[in-house]
Design a protein. Sequence first.
Length: 282
Amino acid sequence: MDINYQEIADRTAVHALKSNIILDYSEKSIAEVESILGTYYDHLTEYDGKEGADTLWNVAVHYGIYLGETMLRLGMKEKGFAWFVDDGLPILKNQTSAQISPITKAHKRILNGPEDNVKSFCDVAFLFAEGKLPTESVYRAINVQLSSGQIIENVLHRDIDSYVMMVEQGREDFLILESRDGFLQFYGVDNQYVCEVRVNLPDGDFHTYSVIDKAKEQRTRRVQFATPYGQFTPTEREVVPLELLNMVIRAYYEHVKTDDFLEAIPYIDTTEITKRCMGLIQ
C-alpha cells in the first residue's frame, strides 16, 4: 500500500495546532517539533505498557514523517532524496543508498531526551546532503585545556568523557573547551559544577553565559561552593549536576551557531556582570 506522506505530515501539523503550535514546513518549525517531542519525554511515565509504547511510536511516526517532508522541502529533494520503505520503516534515501531515518530519530528523542535533539539531527542531515559532513560525528573543532596547562588539540566528542572524569575525580581543577569563536569552561567535583560560556563576536566584543539548573531557576541566593580549585560563591541555580553538564558539552559540540547552542541549553546571560568585574563598563 502506498503511503501518503504529505497527508500524514499535514495531519501532524493539525495536531500541533491544537496546542497553538504552527508547523509550516519551515526551518523554524523543526525547533517546534523538538519542543513537542520534548514534552512527550517529560511525561514518559504516563505512557505505560504496550498501549503507551504504541502511542509513543505513533507520535514518532507522525512527527518523523513531518520532519522528513520538511527536510525534502528545504533542499533534500533537490539533492536526490525521497521516501523509501526499508523493512516496513519509511526512511529518506538517495540514489547512492545514503539514508536518513527521521522517524527513528523522533522516537529516540521521545525515549532518550535532549541528547537526541531532532534539530541537531536535521542540521547534520542537511550537511550530509550537501556533502559537507565531516568524517567524524562532531563538527565543532574543540581544543581541550587542562588546569595543569596541557592543551590537547581536536578532541572529539567521543573522547571528551575521559577529560571530564579528570575534573569529576578531582585530578584536574577545571576544564576549558576552546573553539574558534570562544570557549566553554567548568569547574567542580563529584556531581556539582559551575559551567560558563564565552562567545567572541566578529566585531571584537564578547558575550558570556552561565549554565543553570532549570529546576532551581528561581534560586538566586548565593551559596558556598568548595572545590579542589578553591572556594566560590555562585548562585544556587548555577550549581549544576554532571548529567546536565554532559548535555551542555554535547550541545556545544553539535551546534556551531551560537543561537542554536543557546536554544539547546538552560542559561542566564552574564555579559554585563562579567564586563563590570573586568572593569570594561561602569
